[in-house]
Design a protein. Structure first.
Length: 212
């Protein structure tokens, strides 16, 4: 019943996004990202209010099963098995245009995570930082510390921890971007604890591959 209720809410939100996007020929990536966050966060359950305040405990890392594998648009990436990506571009575009090889925006949610994934066609680009800046949402996401820059399987990868006010139940997160072939990819997660995001990204990227 819980999953059915969440699916019902997300369907209503996506329908609302389709209506509000009417008249826009080419969706603005910033608007699509804002809508993706709003849709996924709104579909998540809110904590029940109580009359007596309870102590706030520092959350411990949550184990996630990353056996899920998303494969479309000539790339694959790992994700928790209980989550499924939906196409934000198709849901919010005036024409219902889905993501494609050259550009795309996906989102997924569960009771304890929100994921976003986007990509752009950018041949010859070695620095993916521009897409990292795009997926980090102004006004709600705050970067923490400095970027980690790595070369992983011949891919230039940047990662940075973030905090977010997008949802009070998932205040921590991480964002990353990397190049693969003629495309740049960006990934973001909201989580309940600050220890989970780096491991989630490493696990997701470990199963990533693309047609170069």
């Amino acid at each position: 019943m819980y999953n059915q209720t969440m699916r019902y809410h997300i369907v209503l939100l996506l329908l609302s996004l389709i209506v509000t996007a009417c008249g826009r020929r080419t969706p603005d990536p910033n608007i699509l990202i804002d809508q993706a966050v709003a849709a996924t966060v709104a579909a998540m359950p809110r904590p029940t209010s109580v009359s007596v305040p309870i102590p706030t405990l520092f959350p411990s890392p949550t184990p996630f099963d990353l056996n899920g594998l998303f494969c479309e648009y000539q790339f694959c990436i790992g994700h928790p098995v209980d989550m499924a990506f939906y196409d934000v571009s198709a849901a919010t575009s005036n024409q219902g245009t889905p993501s494609n090889y050259q550009t795309g925006l996906m989102a997924a949610y569960s009771g304890g995570l929100v994921l976003q994934l986007m990509w752009q066609f950018s041949p010859g680009t070695s620095d993916p930082s521009f897409l990292l800046d795009l997926i980090i949402e102004d006004g709600s996401d705050t970067t923490v510390g400095t970027q980690e820059v790595k070369l992983i399987r011949n891919m230039n990868v940047v990662y940075i921890p973030i905090t977010t006010t997008a949802t009070p139940v998932l205040p921590f997160g991480g964002a990353a971007a990397w190049t693969c072939g003629d495309r740049v990819f960006a990934w973001k997660v909201y989580a309940a604890d600050e220890a989970s995001p780096p491991g989630l990204f490493e696990s997701a990227l470990a199963r990533f591959n693309c047609n170069r």
